[in-house]
Design a protein around this ligand. Structure first.
Ligand SMILES: Cc1cc2nc3c(=O)[nH]c(=O)nc-3n(C[C@H](O)[C@H](O)[C@H](O)COP(=O)(O)OP(=O)(O)OC[C@H]3O[C@@H](n4cnc5c(N)ncnc54)[C@H](O)[C@@H]3O)c2cc1C
Length: 501
């Protein structure tokens, strides 16, 4: 049993189905990928930003290497677009040779890039190289003219974190796993020092092995089993999203500014494209009290512009189409906590999965599988494991011929619902009736991109709601934005008019 349908829980569940179909994922929300796994920067980091020797650094480097193999058969795109680390006069704090400008410039030009290369080599990151000023501007014409030198890291990759998570859950399901949505674990049954199962808001479920992959709530779930002893302090990160033209015109790949010898709460962020081609700017790092705090204020938006204005001046502000925030799950030690409990046999914590959790997911799943096999999960691969997850083709991904073929196969592909992202009625219907069904607006958006374009659902929102209502035989007023109580409609206008006479 896996508690939590994020990228970590779904990666573990899919890995286990290679050996046994007896797996269940419990997720408290109405969809998988509805926690931090839907609200991050989608980068498969190389591990260069992590402290040498930590568990997250090792699993990041290993996970990055595994990505091509990891996504094979899932029908999910993965691209190594690389990262350009730009060294500027700000890359060393003032206290380092602040009064000796000539020496300082020399250090920035010669020493800093070498230190970055050395650090990459120690961590096992292949292919990093120093790039001169001219090459920097050839690669990224819009970065600050104060750039001194750069380091290119070719291993950095991009993946859609929510599409990946949904695909992993679906791949697990076609190989025998079950996913229970809207099912919150409220207690863990432990008898005689052994885990027996869990209590949920829909009843009790027994299981001899329970994996805690509950993201920011992993400390609470661990406490339910008496297997805690660590605390997660939620840290919010806000990001701006720009429309696709801005990405291609303004920033071509991922760009970050090097900052050495400063204490940071995150890797520092920068400008990075998504796999679908939108540019992102961010994220911030703000300690919050509430694990559900995914708010974003005007002040935070301004802070992002201020923070990255130096690295990427003249940023086209008017091209922002959305802002979002996600909550990281750091522990006091700022490292991943992965291991079986000493006090509740069969209970395994996979906690503290802050960034680079997405990049590390393949290696985390492999590490957890080994732990589970020690606890009794079979170690012989199953002959019946299906390596390919069936995926409906999206209209927008096809060339002209492919689109014509899709329309011939299903006339509803001839009806465009979301103009910005070219999403058709058939795409929406396929999402609603998918292996993990999309039952609300955001779930449809994550699978099809309806509402992710420049108008952000202004045109297609009501159409998607009507299709959900039609396909799921429910009144349109019951359609939600994101499950639970996130109702879109207060009621029918005529009823309100009747009420007030
Ligand atoms: C702003 C930001 C940017 C980031 N950028 C990157 C990046 O570029 N690259 C990278 O590698 N990492 C990045 N990360 C980190 C990455 O997003 C996380 O490491 C990863 O998503 C964690 O996945 P998870 O499955 O552990 O957590 P989640 O996705 O949160 O999944 C946990 C699930 O458990 C469920 N759950 C919780 N409690 C219960 C319960 N009691 N019962 C049932 N279900 C429960 C939740 O609803 C949730 O769906 C970023 C994070 C943030 C916030």
């Amino acid at each position: 049993m896996v508690i939590g349908g994020g990228v970590i829980g779904c990666s573990i569940a899919r890995e286990v189905t290679r050996y046994t179909p007896d797996v269940v994922i419990l997720e408290k929300e109405a969809d998988v990928a509805d926690g931090t796994s839907k609200a991050n920067n989608a980068e498969v980091h190389s591990g260069i930003g992590e402290k040498h020797g930590t568990l997250k650094q090792k699993l990041n480097v290993r996970g990055n290497r595994m990505y091509e193999e990891f996504v094979k058969g899932l029908g999910v795109d993965f691209k190594r677009q690389g990262l350009l680390i730009v060294i500027t006069p700000r890359s060393l704090p003032d206290r380092v040779t602040g009064r000796l400008p000539a020496l300082r410039r020399q250090l920035l030009k010669e020493l800093v890039p070498r230190l970055i290369l050395l650090s990459g080599k120690r961590k096992g990151i292949p292919g990093q190289r120093i790039v001169g000023r001219e090459e920097i501007f050839r690669m990224e014409p819009n970065v600050t003219r104060e750039a001194i030198v750069g380091v290119h890291d070719p291993t950095y990759g991009l993946v859609s974190p929510y599409k990946l998570t949904i695909a992993l859950a679906e791949h697990a399901i076609i190989n025998g796993a079950k996913v229970f949505l809207d099912t919150e674990v409220t207690g863990v049954n432990v008898e005689g020092g052994r885990v027996k199962g869990v209590v949920t808001d829909r009843g009790e479920i027994s299981a001899p092995i329970v994996v805690n992959a509950a993201g920011v709530f992993a400390d609470d779930v661990a406490d339910m089993a008496g297997a805690g002893g660590f605390k997660i302090h939620p840290r919010k990160g806000a990001t701006l999203i720009f429309d696709k033209e801005t990405t291609t015109e303004y920033v071509r790949g991922s760009v970050a500014e090097a900052k050495l010898f400063v204490k940071k709460k995150s890797k520092g962020g920068g400008g990075m494209p998504t796999i679908e081609g939108n540019l992102q700017l961010g994220p911030t790092a703000i300690e919050v009290d509430d694990k559900n705090d995914t708010s974003i204020s005007a002040g935070e938006i301004e802070e992002i512009f201020e923070r990255f204005h130096y690295l990427l001046p003249d940023f086209p502000r008017r091209s922002v189409i959305a802002a979002f925030s996600g909550v990281r799950a750091p522990t006091t030690d700022e490292d991943f906590i992965i291991g079986p409990s000493d006090t509740a046999h069969g209970f395994v914590n996979v906690a503290g999965m802050q960034s680079p959790g997405l990049a590390s997911a393949p290696a985390v799943a492999q590490m957890v599988l080994e732990i589970l096999q020690d606890l009794g999960v079979p170690s012989e691969p199953r002959p019946g494991f299906d390596p390919v997850r069936p995926t409906p083709a999206l209209f927008a991904d096809q060339d002209r011929k492919g689109r014509e073929r899709l329309i011939k196969e299903d006339r509803r592909h001839g009806h465009v619902i979301c103009r910005c992202e070219q999403v058709t009625e058939a795409d929406v219907v396929n999402a609603i009736h998918g292996i993990v069904p999309a039952t609300n607006m955001d779930a449809v958006k994550r699978r099809t991109r309806a509402g992710m374009g420049r108008c952000h659902g202004g045109f297609c929102g009501n159409r998607v709601a009507a299709i959900i209502a039609r396909e799921l035989w429910m009144p349109v007023t019951a359609v939600t934005k994101d499950g639970g109580g996130s109702r879109l409609f207060a009621g029918e206008t005529k009823h309100f008019l009747e009420e007030i006479g």
